[in-house]
Design a protein around this ligand. Structure first.
Ligand SMILES: [Zn+2]
Length: 501
């Protein structure tokens, strides 16, 4: 007998198919399975045999759904359901999680009923796979298919609006037992990347997607060692051989952190995924799931890849080294909340290839400025320079000499901005080349009032920059953004919170 499972072209279901394949293969290498780009075929001798296999598989992987925590009051160890898992839970029994879903509560009984139903054909048509069936095992619910909440149309392309899915009620009954089985087991998937934020009352999970099963299987298999499934709040390991996991500030930083590890710590990457579903799952009883699809471009991936080839951890050794220092007369102190926001914005800018926002995020603001963690200051600065080189300069074709001029003007701007940031803000806000010329004229006027020797600036650089700009008028925005980055960097160095050069 055999069960044929198609490629669904659905993020959740395709990950679920891959998961079933991985679980079965991991459990029993001998099992007859055929996989190609569009189908998974499971062959088995008898229903009893498959039933036993499924029961064992659920029972031996049930711990993937929970973590062990110490009770804050009693110090006793207890089980906690992972925060993002949408399976309903009853009252704990002896500190153990009690799932309400039959397949996790009484796997033997449930799988046998499900397999019986799968064997029978009928007149109903499944909204998920389009095949006919006789009776649902359970109607379509969030636990089996998280996007289900308000889905308007489940036929063909599923629509979502304002980050939420919509649907009609009547579809919920037309859900076949095979799709139920596949969908509900996806929670056992240990390759779902997750990060839970208790304060913000949400979890974020990441699912990769492809248009074929083979690449999905390969990619998830490749990155599996990076994840530690027994941690509650995050599963990306800080070091691949250790259990400690990262505490990234938000979703984009989590994904950037993932890529850093994937490209640096996995020895051979045959398939590098770049399409993701990012799901935000609120903690608490109402589960309106927000979905964001992120498709990374080849050029974004190549930037992260080049950084890792330069042996630079783009998250750990650059983004995570950046802090927001408050202007405090008693010495610098770090504003951790703003720091997290800045790290997240910078991560997002890299992932969506938005250098404008990257530059903007580094501009000093009221009350303080961005700087590097003191211990690794010189190294982090070098890493930022490398990032700018691989991300922008290489593509722009700007020579090292010209870059030197841009940096020197950045230094001038930082110096004249010491007591008044309006010029730096003005530069950041220029909307056209005319305004940009205006700012450059203003810099030239301010130079007059500067003690050049004391300030250690090179006034000639301004003339050089004017030449560069004349020769590359079309790239004026890029040049402005580079100037913003370097001005902000030199400003940070010259003020509290950054080391002196
Ligand atoms: Zn179906």
């Amino acid at each position: 007998m055999e069960i044929k499972i198609p490629l669904y072209n659905d993020i959740w279901m395709d990950n679920a198919v891959e998961n079933l394949y991985a679980l079965l293969k991991d459990f029993d290498d001998e099992i007859g399975m055929d996989i190609n780009k569009e189908t998974l075929m499971i062959n088995y001798e008898s229903k009893g045999e498959l039933n036993d296999l499924l029961v064992n598989l659920v029972e031996s992987n049930l711990f993937n759904l929970i973590v062990i925590e110490k009770d804050r009051k009693t110090g006793e160890k207890k089980e906690v359901k992972k925060d993002f898992i949408l399976i309903q839970e009853g009252k704990k029994i002896d500190g153990k999680v009690a799932f309400k879903e039959n397949i996790y509560k009484e796997p033997k009984k449930a799988t046998s009923e499900i397999l019986d139903l799968i064997e029978k054909d009928g007149k109903k048509t499944c909204v998920m796979c389009g095949k006919t069936f006789s009776k649902p095992y359970k109607k379509l619910q969030q636990a089996t298919y998280p996007f289900v909440t308000k889905i308007k149309s489940l036929g063909g392309v599923r629509t979502y609006k304002d980050g939420e899915f919509h649907a009609f009620r009547e579809y919920h009954d037309n859900f076949c037992p095979k799709c139920y089985l596949i969908g509900i087991l996806e929670w056992l998937d240990t390759r779902i990347i997750y990060r839970t934020f208790i304060k913000e009352k949400k979890s974020v999970i990441f699912l990769p997607y492809f248009d074929n099963l083979k690449d999905l299987i390969e990619f998830k298999g490749e990155y599996a060692p990076l994840l530690n499934k027994s941690e509650r709040y995050s599963n990306i390991r800080v070091n691949i051989n250790e259990n400690k996991t990262e505490r990234t500030p938000e979703k984009f930083s989590t994904l950037l952190c993932f890529y850093e590890k994937f490209l640096m710590d996995i020895e051979s990457e045959n398939v590098v995924g770049k399409d993701w579903a990012i799901m935000e799952i609120p903690l608490g009883s109402v589960k309106n799931i927000k979905l964001r699809i992120l498709n990374l471009t080849d050029s974004t991936l190549s930037v992260i890849k080049e950084m890792s080839e330069e042996d630079i951890r783009i998250y750990g050794e650059l983004i995570n080294q950046i802090q927001f220092y408050l202007n405090n007369p008693k010495g610098s102190s770090v504003d951790f909340e703003t720091t997290n926001k800045i790290r997240e914005k910078l991560s997002k800018s890299i992932l969506v290839d938005d250098f404008r926002n990257f530059a903007k995020t580094l501009v000093p603001r009221k009350g303080g400025n961005v700087g590097f963690l003191k211990e690794n200051h010189a190294e982090s600065r070098q890493n930022l320079e490398t990032l700018i080189y691989v991300w922008r300069l290489k593509k722009m074709g700007i020579s090292k000499e010209n870059l030197g001029s841009i940096k020197s003007v950045g230094n001038i701007i930082a110096k004249v901005s010491k007591n008044n940031l309006s010029l730096l803000y003005k530069l950041d806000k220029t909307r056209n080349i005319g305004e940009f010329w205006g700012v450059l004229r203003e810099i030239s006027r301010k130079l007059i009032g500067l003690d050049l020797k004391k300030a250690k600036v090179r006034p000639m650089a301004l003339d050089e920059l004017i030449h560069i700009l004349k020769d590359n008028e079309k790239q004026w925005e890029e040049i402005r953004d580079l100037l913003v980055v370097y001005s902000s960097m030199y400003y940070a160095i010259g003020s509290r919170g950054g080391e002196k050069e």
